[in-house]
Design a protein around this ligand. Structure first.
Ligand SMILES: [Fe+2]
Ligand SMILES: [Fe+2]
Length: 291
């Protein structure tokens, strides 16, 4: 079997790490309720978002005869399914902690998928997936870099979960883009996808954060402002996303041009990852998902 660093140059690897979430403290990020809620908001919208990515990519890839690309798509689907599963598991933890998330999830699913997705063309939906994949892998690169506070402020299990997800986003960063180029490559549609994706990720992230924060009596406007001024990284989220979006608009852009594969492979081969990676799916064709 190839090592992770070898497979990174080719096919993404489907892993099923075993993160034990039951001992994760309620305020797992720096013991700060505001910061924890802001990052917990990601657990709310990521799983349905990843299902959307899988739907759009599977739909588009059915029309391609490029077998190498179809294999990349199969691995992409396997990785996203695994991410989705772990974030859903944390949703259950949030419910156990007393958070009501069902009303927000229903509102989000109705708006983002029953209304918005169904009224857009399949190609525009695919372009939104491509743009979101780029934004997410850019955030992934950020949190994998040495010095990010996830390393020293967060509960180690949660830090490992987010960094595993980040590393796999980098591992499959080109798949959605290559599918889009294969079926269309229209620059105007790619740009439109980024415009919609940037707005959606910011709106849903803020909305989910607000939904969680208003259920916590320890959180007030004053405490949010204090948290924001203590954690300067929070001020960098929007500029980081805007910078990633801007670089994506260049006509000759391709995700493979971004030099971050080593960051991902270093994490995937690290001791922290190996300790959680008890159930790695062997890299052979018997595990592929038929598309
Ligand atoms: Fe993912
Ligand atoms: Fe992804």
């Amino acid at each position: 079997m190839k090592s992770d660093s070898e497979t990174l140059a080719g096919l993404p690897v489907v892993r099923h790490p075993n993160f034990s979430l039951k001992d994760v403290p309620r305020y797992w990020y720096g013991k700060e309720p505001e910061l924890t809620c802001f990052v917990n908001a990601l657990h709310l919208f990521i799983p349905d978002g990843e299902n959307f990515f899988v739907r759009t990519i599977l739909d588009a890839s059915r029309s391609t005869n490029d077998q190498a690309l179809r294999l990349q798509v199969q691995r992409f689907v396997g990785q996203e399914a695994s991410h989705s599963l772990h974030h859903r598991e944390y949703q259950l933890m949030l419910v156990k902690q007393g958070y009501e998330i069902e009303s927000w999830l229903t509102w989000y699913q109705n708006l983002a998928y029953k209304r918005m997705e169904s009224t857009r063309s399949p190609l525009l939906n695919l372009s939104i997936t491509v743009a979101l994949e780029h934004l997410i892998s850019s955030l992934g690169e950020w949190i994998l870099k040495p010095g990010h506070s996830l390393g020293d402020k967060a509960d180690p299990t949660m830090a490992a979960l987010f960094r595993w997800h980040a590393a796999e986003e980098i591992e499959h960063k080109s798949v959605a883009y290559d599918v889009f180029q294969n079926v269309s490559g229209n620059l105007l549609i790619r740009w439109t996808g980024m415009l919609i994706a940037s707005g959606e990720i910011l709106c849903f992230w803020l909305s989910a954060s607000q939904h969680l924060m208003r259920q916590d009596s320890r959180i007030t406007i004053k405490s949010i402002l204090a948290c924001w001024s203590r954690n300067h990284e929070l001020n960098l989220v929007v500029p980081h996303l805007l910078h990633a979006a801007w670089s994506y608009l260049r006509p000759g852009f391709h995700p493979a041009q971004i030099d971050n594969n080593m960051l991902a492979s270093d994490w995937l081969n690290s001791e922290s990852m190996k300790n959680n990676d008890k159930h790695k799916v062997p890299c052979n064709n018997s595990n592929e998902i038929a598309i």
